[in-house]
Design a protein around this ligand. Sequence first.
Ligand code: ZN
Length: 137
Amino acid sequence: MSTFENPVNHFQEKIGLKDVLGVLFFGVFYLLIKGLWGHVALWCMVVLMPGLLDRSQDGQITVLFIAVVFNIVYAFLIPSILKRAYLKRGWSEIVVSGTRSIFVNQASKVETKKCPFCAEEVKFDAIKCKHCQSDLS
Ligand SMILES: [Zn+2]
């Protein structure tokens, strides 16, 4: 389970069981809600193609079968897919170690933490806050 934060509006999103279940039950609609357009396109191509090629009842059953299998596969993959998507958008992963939260942004490879005095983000190794000059050592 990991948490990501949007640096612009500080909106936090947790990745966890709800995403796995969401994909399992809602399939492509869940990917759509999450804005994973590339995966939506892939899902439609793989799942709906057999139905377009074979419009008989067998074709319909094949589509249903592939949709179920594909949803299960995606349910396993969704945590890492979301993680990659959030990091690509510039969101920070929040790693809680003990009592403090560490912000890890893999786009910039800079680890930051929140200053306990002014709540601004400062570099993880900082011993003095650049915003309020507080001693962080
Ligand atoms: Zn500060």
